[in-house]
Design a protein around this ligand. Structure first.
Ligand code: ASP
Ligand code: MG
Length: 422
């Protein structure tokens, strides 16, 4: 059995959904679990809806109508017969959202966020399943929230793998054996109290890995709008090269440093069960793409990862004392509390520097808290460049017209926090 994941770009409009069906026809007769993301930028729009509802900055109804109209357009193109039951099902999902925004928020932001934002995947998986069924692929829609169980860390649910595996064996496998194809939502989990959690932005890849782990799948394929894993993001670099095979270790390092092609949490469950991960193009499905598996060789070429909109924070004790274990544990506790992740850190006698994503909400709160005890300086609008398998010429290449604020080298990886000079 194989697990396929189709991300937001691969179901961004009606033509894209039709293309998914065409790809699946190539696998007729095989057992498949299909994991789908919200369509196009729906998650961003539902995030906007959550903010409008929670902070009352924008009219929630306007945002909801936008999301609704977008899906109505896709439905109309995919199902010319307007009495198809999918119309009523999607309408019900929107009624649920309508109710959600009519009440006052009753839980914290993250909790409310998950109950609203999840609907992008719920609706998308429903539409894709109905379309496939209508077009000769005998599949069953299954709610992943009943299989993937998490704690109640909203927006970043921690998966209970043991329970998830049990539920997958008990609930999912029999349906798969019977129907051969299951369509389910990415990105979502369920708690013991039946609330929805999300697994972190771009978390549908992770869903595919969790389900593969829990069902002992033979492989996972992520279908993307790029030919596979490239040695740099074409958005920032010309002449990128496709990496045909890659070790789990290199893949997890690249993803960890910010290569957006795979969600960083995806690799561990697959490596743990030695399940290969294919990254293939949904535009050109015959092409080989990339396979990530247990092979014994390094990346043949240097890989570059750019993260823009970074913030370099430097934290020092006010009284010139050393920044040792006690201070660090306080600082890390605050980073953890505010959910701020560091991408690179460096320590000196009296200061600690850390590069993080600029998050308009979390960062000011964290900085205010740190400032109670420490001197906090920061550089905004810096970039983090990571090169795996670097040499001096690759470093020189990325430093043209940049000022290096921090540099850290290990045997295989160099990380540079840089600022544009021009
Ligand atoms: N729809 C979610 C997001 O945009 C999950 C995903 O696409 O993987 O973050
Ligand atoms: Mg996505």
């Amino acid at each position: 059995m194989k697990v396929f994941k189709f991300g937001g770009a691969s179901v961004k409009d009606a033509a894209a959904v039709k293309n998914v069906a065409a790809i699946l026809k190539r696998f007729a007769g095989e057992e498949l679990i299909i994991v789908v993301s919200a369509m196009a930028k729906t998650t961003n729009n539902l995030e906007r809806l959550t903010n409008a509802f929670f902070y009352k900055k924008e009219d929630p109804q306007t945002v909801l109508d936008e999301v609704k109209n977008f899906h109505a357009g896709i439905l109309k193109e995919l199902f010319p017969n307007t009495s198809h039951p999918i119309y009523a099902q999607v309408e019900n999902d929107f009624v649920e959202l309508q109710w959600a925004i009519e009440d006052e928020p009753s839980y914290g932001y993250n909790h409310e966020y998950d109950q609203i934002v999840c609907m992008g995947e719920v609706i998308s998986a429903r539409i894709v399943a109905a379309y496939l069924k209508e077009n000769g692929i005998n599949c069953e829609w299954m709610d992943s929230r009943g299989i993937i169980q998490t704690d109640n860390t909203y927006r970043e649910g921690n998966v209970d793998f043991e329970l998830t595996q049990k539920l997958a064996q008990k609930e999912l496998m029999p349906v798969l054996k019977k129907n051969k194809v299951i369509v389910t939502q990415g990105f979502l989990g369920g708690t013991s109290e039946n609330f929805t959690t999300t697994l972190g932005r771009e978390g549908s890849d992770y869903t595919a890995a969790i389900l593969a782990y829990s069902t002992e799948a033979e492989s996972v394929t992520i279908w993307k709008d790029v030919p596979g894993v490239l040695n740099a993001d074409p958005k920032w670099f010309n002449n990128t090269q496709l990496i045909e095979d890659l070790t789990y270790q290199d893949a997890i390092e690249l993803a960890y440093y910010g290569a957006t092609v795979i969600h960083p949490k995806t690799i561990k469950p697959l490596q743990n069960k030695n399940i290969p991960l294919y990254v293939k193009s949904f535009v050109n499905p015959e092409a080989t793409g990339t396979v990530i598996k247990d092979i014994n060789r390094h990346l043949p070429i240097p890989s570059f990862i750019f993260k823009v909109n970074q913030l370099l924070i430097t934290i020092s004790p006010r009284d010139f004392s050393f920044i040792a274990e006690e201070n660090l544990s306080k600082i890390f506790a605050l980073f953890h509390q505010y959910g701020v992740k560091s991408h690179v850190m460096q320590l000196s006698a009296i200061s600690f520097s850390v590069c993080v994503d600029m998050d308009e909400k979390k960062i000011p709160e964290l900085v205010a808290e740190l400032q109670k005890e420490y001197k906090v300086l920061y550089n905004e609008n810096v970039e983090l460049v990571t090169i795996r398998y670097y040499d001096q010429s690759t470093i020189d290449r990325v430093c043209i017209n940049k000022q290096v604020l921090l540099e850290q080298k290990s045997r295989y990886t160099v990380q540079l926090v840089v600022r544009n000079l021009s």
